[in-house]
Ligand binder design. Structure first.
Ligand code: SF4
Length: 679
C-alpha cells in the first residue's frame, strides 16, 4: 500500500513543497507538489536524490567517540552524559563563553537556528557562529542600511530585471521560474557577472564585469540617472535622506572612469541606466551571493540598493518589496537573558555584523581558539556545517579545531570537520524532524513533517533539550517535542496550529501590501531611505556607499596577475554536500579551474592539464578547464568549493575582508598560475 505525505524539501533553501511516496515504511519516490503556489510541481535532481541520500549506507546512525584506537561506537546516553559533563567543566574553569555553537546551512535557518541561539543564552555564552559569516548577512546589511530591511524582488510582476552576481537557474529554481514568466510577459533580463552563467545565457543582455567592481558600475548608473533627471523626484524628496551627498559623490563615476574600473563599456552603462529608470518602478536590482565576497561587498550592495530607491521602486508592485513575514514568537532569549557583560567574538571588530545579525564572525572564531583573542574558545558544538572544507584558510581552520578541548559534530555523515571531533553524533535529516516552513514571498506557512525516525539520530530540539537537562537549564526547553514547539511558535498569530496540521499546502496569511511607507516609517534610524547613513560615520565608516578598488587590481597585481572567484554553483553540488550525495550525482561534476582560452594559450595550458594556483597564503594543484571565449573574462579564474578530495580554501584568505561585514574576499582573490603537468 502506497502512502503520499506532503512536506517540504530542505536539500537547499528553496524549500519546495514535495509529495513523498512511501511504501512499506520506506520512501520510494519524491515528486514536486503541483498545487503548491511556490514551486508548482517542480523538484530538482538534488530534491529527487534526497531519498538515496537519507538511506545512504554511509550515514552515521550511532554516536561515535574518538579514542586512541580510533572511533568507537558508544550509546547515545553515554555520549550525551560525557558531552554535558565536559561542557559544565569548561564553564566552571573558563566561563560559559568558552563554549560556542556553529550552525551550518544544511539544517536551515528560522526555528533550527533559534533553538541554538536559545541554548547559547540559557547556558551563558553569546558565541553563536553560523554560515551567515560567509553568506547572506552581507547582502542583508547592504540592503538594510539603505531600505531598513532586505527587500524581495517582485520578479513576476517586473518589467526590467537586473541580476548582479547570482545564478538562480541553478540555485533558486523558483526564482528562475518567476523570471521566465516575467520574460514571457515582455520583461527584459540583464545579468551582470564575470562569468556566463546558466542565467546569463537566458538574458537579453549579459554584462561581464571585473570581479568586485559592481559598486563602481552602480555609482556610474546613479550618476547618469541623476544627471539626466531620470529619478523619482517626489519619492526622493519625501522619503529619502542623503540624496545631495550621494549625487555629489557619484559625479566621480563618469562613463570613462566606470569603464576603467569595471570593464563595462560606456554604451552598456548608458543603456542600463536609461532602461532601468524607464521601466521604474517595475524594475528590480537583485544582488546575489556573488557580490558578498569582496573587500567592499557591503558598500557595493548599498550602491546597488540605492538605484531602486532613487527610481522609486521600493515596495511597489514589480519592484523591490519590503515583505512582512508571519510574526511568530521568538525562541531566542536576547531580551530575557541579554548577556550584556560578555563580548561576543567578533562584535568589536565587526560591530555591524553583530548589530544586524547577532552573528559572531567565524574567521575571528578561529583566532579566539588559537590565540585567545579576545579570549579563548575551548569548546564547540557544530551542527550541519563543514568549516574544514568551506571556510577560508582551511589549514588554519583545521589547526583551530585540533586545539579545542571539546569538539562535537552533529551530522548525517562523517565529514572533513567531523574527523577532528571528540564526538560525532548522528543527526536527523529533514525527513526526521518537524518545523514551520515560513515563506514570505507567497505569505504562506507550511509544516515540515516528521516522516520517519532512526533511534539515535536526534533532531536539533531533542539534542539541545537532552543537553539542557544535563547541564541544569532544562526550564528553557519545556516542550516535549517539536510538535509542541510548533504550536507555541504560532500562538498569538492569525494561523492556528490545528489548521496548519490539516492544510495540505500550508496556510496563507494575509496579502502583500504595497507602499507601506505611506503609513509607516522605513526601518532605518531616520525612518527614511538612507543614501548616506550617519550612524556609520559615527562608527568610523563612510556614511556613503564608497567604492574601493579591489586589491587584485592594485598593489598585488604585479605579483598575482590573476583573480580567482571561488564558489560558483553547479547543479549537482551544494557546498560540501556533494561528497555525501549518491554516486550518480557526485560523478557528474568534478573540481577544475575555469580558464579563459587566451590565458590558457599564454600559460601553455590545455584542457585537463594540471596547474598550480598560488595566493599569499598557499598553493594548490588542480585540473584545468579551458572554457569558451564568453564563459569567463580573461585574467579571471573560477573554482567551485566543497569537494571531498580537493579544497580550494587552502588558498583563500580569511583576513582579506570587508570592514563592515567581515566577509572574506573569496571571489576576488589575487593569485598566480603555472602549468605543472600536461594531460
Ligand atoms: S530546489 Fe531542489 S534541492 Fe532545493 S528545495 Fe527545491 S527540490 Fe529541494
Amino acid at each position: 500500500m502506497e502512502e503520499i505525505i506532503t512536506t517540504y524539501c530542505r536539500m537547499c533553501l528553496e524549500e519546495c513543497c514535495i509529495n513523498v511516496h512511501i511504501k512499506d515504511g520506506k520512501i520510494i519516490d519524491i515528486k514536486g507538489n503541483k498545487n503548491h503556489p511556490w514551486n508548482e510541481g517542480k523538484v530538482c535532481v538534488k530534491g529527487k536524490a534526497a531519498m538515496d541520500w537519507v538511506y545512504s549506507e554511509n550515514r552515521i546512525k550511532k554516536p561515535l567517540k574518538k579514542t586512541e584506537a580510533g572511533w568507537k561506537e558508544v550509546s547515545l546516553e553515554k555520549a550525551l552524559d560525557e558531552i554535558a559533563e565536559k561542557m559544565k567543566g569548561l564553564k566552571e574553569r573558563y566561563g560559559a563563553e568558552s563554549v560556542s555553537f556553529w550552525k551550518g546551512e544544511a539544517i536551515g535557518f528560522g526555528q533550527q537556528e533559534e533553538y541554538i541561539r536559545r541554548f547559547c543564552h540559557a547556558f551563558g555564552t553569546p558565541n553563536y557562529f553560523s554560515c551567515d559569516s560567509l553568506c547572506f548577512a552581507s547582502r542583508y546589511m547592504g540592503y538594510s542600511l539603505v531600505e531598513g530591511k532586505m527587500s524581495t524582488p517582485d520578479f513576476q510582476n517586473s518589467n526590467y530585471i537586473v541580476i548582479w552576481g547570482n545564478n538562480p537557474v541553478i540555485t533558486h529554481i523558483n526564482t528562475a521560474a518567476r523570471i521566465r514568466k516575467a520574460r514571457k510577459n515582455g520583461a527584459k533580463l540583464v545579468v551582470i557577472d564575470p562569468r556566463e552563467t546558466e542565467t546569463a545565457s537566458l538574458a537579453d543582455l549579459h554584462i561581464q564585469i571585473n570581479p568586485g567592481t559592481d559598486g563602481a558600475l552602480a555609482l556610474g548608473i546613479i550618476n547618469l540617472i541623476v544627471k539626466n533627471n531620470w529619478y523619482d523626484k517626489e519619492f526622493v524628496s519625501e522619503y529619502t535622506i542623503g540624496f545631495e551627498k550621494l549625487k555629489n559623490y557619484a559625479k566621480k563615476f563618469s562613463p570613462d572612469y566606470v569603464k576603467e574600473e569595471t570593464g563595462v563599456s560606456k554604451d552598456r552603462l548608458y543603456s542600463l541606466a536609461r532602461d532601468f529608470s524607464k521601466h521604474a518602478p517595475k524594475a528590480i536590482n537583485h544582488s546575489g551571493n556573488g557580490l558578498e565576497h569582496h573587500e567592499n561587498g557591503v558598500n557595493n550592495i548599498r550602491a546597488i540598493a540605492s538605484i531602486g530607491a532613487l527610481c522609486g521602486c521600493i515596495d511597489k508592485k514589480g519592484g523591490e518589496l519590503l515583505l512582512e513575514g508571519l510574526e511568530t514568537r521568538s525562541l531566542t532569549l536576547y531580551d530575557e537573558l541579554p548577556l550584556e557583560d560578555i563580548q561576543p567574538i567578533g562584535a568589536q571588530k565587526f560591530p555591524l555584523l553583530y548589530q544586524y545579525r547577532r552573528e559572531c564572525n567565524t574567521m575571528l572564531g578561529m583566532e579566539a581558539i588559537l590565540n585567545g583573542d579576545p579570549y579563548h574558545i575551548r569548546g564547540m558544538i557544530i551542527t550541519a556545517a563543514n568549516p574544514a572544507l568551506t571556510n577560508p584558510n582551511s589549514n588554519k581552520v583545521k589547526n583551530s579545531l585540533k586545539n579545542l578541548e571539546l569538539l562535537v559534530v552533529r551530522d548525517l555523515f562523517m565529514t572533513e570537520t567531523a574527523e577532528f571531533a571528540d564526538y560525532v553524533l548522528p543527526a536527523a535529516s529533514f525527513f526526521e524532524r518537524s518545523e514551520l516552513v515560513l515563506n514570505s514571498n507567497i505569505k504562506r506557512v507550511g509544516l515540515r513533517k516528521e516522516i520517519f525516525t532512526y533511534k539515535d539520530c536526534q533532531d536539533e530540539y531533542e539534542f539541545l533539550e537532552s543537553i539542557a537537562k544535563r547541564v541544569g537549564i532544562k526550564e528553557y526547553f519545556p516542550w516535549d517535542n517539536e510538535d509542541e514547539v510548533n504550536k507555541w511558535l504560532l500562538e498569538g498569530t492569525e494561523v492556528s496550529y490545528k489548521d496548519l496540521k490539516e492544510a495540505e499546502l500550508g496556510v496563507k496569511y494575509g496579502d502583500i501590501k504595497y507602499r507601506k511607507y505611506k503609513e509607516q516609517p522605513f526601518n532605518t534610524l531616520s525612518g527614511k531611505i538612507e543614501f548616506a547613513a550617519r550612524h556609520l560615520k559615527n562608527m568610523g565608516f563612510s556614511a556613503l556607499p564608497k567604492y574601493k578598488l579591489p586589491s587584485y587590481a592594485g598593489a598585488l597585481k604585479q605579483e598575482y596577475p590573476y583573480v580567482l572567484i571561488t564558489g560558483a554553483r553547479k547543479m549537482y553540488h551544494v557546498h560540501s554536500r556533494n561528497g555525501t550525495m549518491p554516486d550518480y550525482l557526485k560523478d557528474k561534476v568534478r573540481p577544475e579551474v575555469e580558464i579563459h582560452p587566451k590565458d590558457g594559450k599564454k600559460l601553455g595550458v590545455k584542457d585537463g592539464d594540471i596547474v598550480e594556483l598560488s595566493s599569499k597564503i598557499g598553493s594548490i594543484e588542480i585540473s584545468a578547464k579551458i572554457v569558451g571565449e564568453e564563459d569567463i573574462m580573461p585574467k579571471v579564474l573560477q573554482i567551485t568549493h566543497g569537494w571531498r578530495n580537493f579544497n580550494v580554501n587552502e588558498i583563500t584568505d580569511d583576513f582579506m575582508n570587508d570592514p563592515l561585514s567581515g566577509f572574506p574576499a573569496v571571489r576576488s582573490l589575487p593569485v598566480k598560475v603555472k602549468k605543472v603537468k600536461g594531460n
